[in-house]
Design a protein around this ligand. Structure first.
Ligand SMILES: [Zn+2]
Length: 421
């Protein structure tokens, strides 16, 4: 199978290269925003049609004639930002993301070289050749495996990075682990596993929140664009970067551990976009619990669930494991023992007590167990059609759930969570 992997390094550019990179990122942002503005105009006039990438790319030469400075940037990086816009729209329509927004200067400045033939890598000397920038030195922290496919240059907290995407053929891995696990994600605990273990909340943002607020206040008191203002701004950026690094580190450790220890991982199919959307509502339909929800929204974003899922997916792929996403359905209200569904089962946020059979457990663990069971049912009848065809007997499906769910006190529950079709 093909394994795609990205390697990221910090670049060590000289002054001219820094100026050029800022300029390229600026041109890409300009092209993206111009195309988005065109698209928005068109959306207003006629909801049905959209610009395709090709239609937008065909306008590039005219823009370049009009605005000579666009020509300084490598042509392909400009085309790539149109591709990015196309993808942003696709993600929006697939309900994976918000509506595309205009890019702002200093927020995720980046540009991408799509053609491997134009990129030269000299790992022995720690340098990379990129069109119109020449040879750039980078901090070579580890060697690349595989063929280079593309390279993205980005600016974060005043430092430039290159991310090199590679591709290589590897043997289809067989999972070393044999167990299956369900994961319930939450605010009080970042993730609770069906074996009762859990990951503490990340809260990286909270920890740095005070420092960040202070730095932002100090920045707002300075005269804009003065050298003190710039200094304060750098501090804010550094804090943002630190928060990002802490989150990055935490998520990678968590997903690596889980994907190494389990062959099947079941999670709730959370729509991050739905959960984090504005709680304020509209004027006709004002939202309820606005304050609490905005706190929750922030916490959700802070926890990086979407990134957690993305990392789990690719790491399980690499290890030969499987990720199963199950739709959210009473996972926190169903008793794993008798199958009774009621919101009364959950008297408090943390405790689950079944009103029918008195089964007690931590509410998040109950959620994780139910997710695991629903995942098994789904795996048996949908993800793995061979299993389904061979094992027509529902008893088999229940058996599978029973043994893998570990504590399968009452296999009947599985039929309840059963196949969604
Ligand atoms: Zn019960």
């Amino acid at each position: 199978m093909q394994r795609l992997q990205a390697y990221q390094y910090e670049l060590i550019p000289d002054g001219q290269q820094k100026r050029d990179m800022s300029r390229f990122a600026g041109s890409c942002r300009f092209v993206y925003n111009k195309a988005l503005a065109l698209q928005k105009e068109r959306d207003e006039a006629d909801k049905q049609t959209q610009f395709s990438y090709t239609m937008l790319a065909n306008r590039l030469p005219a823009w370049k004639r009009e605005l000579a400075w666009l020509k300084f940037s490598p042509a392909q990086t400009l085309q790539q930002s149109l591709k990015d816009l196309e993808r942003a729209y696709a993600n929006f329509f697939a309900k994976r993301a918000e509506f595309p927004r205009f890019k702002r200067k200093g927020v995720r400045d980046s540009f991408r070289y799509p053609q491997p033939q134009q990129i030269k890598l000299d790992e022995a000397n720690g340098r990379i050749f990129l069109p119109k920038l020449g040879w750039l030195r980078y901090r070579n922290s580890r060697n690349i495996q595989g063929q280079v496919r593309n390279a993205t240059v980005s600016l974060r907290a005043g430092r430039w990075f290159v991310s090199i995407q590679t591709e290589r053929e590897v043997n289809k891995p067989l999972p070393e682990a044999t167990s299956a696990i369900g994961i319930d994600v939450g605010i009080a605990r970042f993730a609770t596993l069906s074996d009762s273990s859990y990951l503490a909340p990340l809260n990286s943002f909270k920890r740095h929140e005070t420092a960040l607020k202070k730095a932002q206040q100090s920045m707002s008191r300075k005269e804009k664009f003065s050298s003190n203002w710039r200094k304060a701004k750098r501090k804010v950026q550094r804090l943002h970067a630190r928060i990002g690094h802490a989150r990055h580190d935490y998520l990678h450790k968590a997903t690596t551990t889980i994907s190494q220890n389990h062959a099947i991982v079941c999670i709730e199919d959370l729509q991050v976009r739905n959960m984090s959307k504005s709680a304020a509502g509209t004027s006709e339909e004002p939202g309820r619990n606005v304050k609490a929800k905005s706190g929750l929204n922030k916490a959700i974003l802070d926890q990086g669930w979407f990134e957690f899922r993305r990392q789990l997916q690719y790491k399980l792929d690499w290890n030969g494991g499987i990720l199963i996403a199950v739709p959210l359905q009473n996972t926190s209200r169903t008793c794993p023992v008798c199958g009774h569904i009621s919101k009364d089962n959950r008297q408090t946020q943390a405790e689950f007590v079944c009103v029918e059979c008195d089964y007690e457990n931590n509410a998040d663990v109950v959620g994780a167990i139910n997710i695991l069971r629903a995942g098994h049912a789904r795996f048996a009848c949908e993800v793995n059609p061979e299993v389904r065809d061979q094992q027509q007997e529902p008893a088999e499906v229940i058996q599978l759930g029973k043994c893998l769910a570990g504590r399968g006190r009452n296999p009947l529950v599985l039929t309840r969570g059963g196949c969604q079709r």
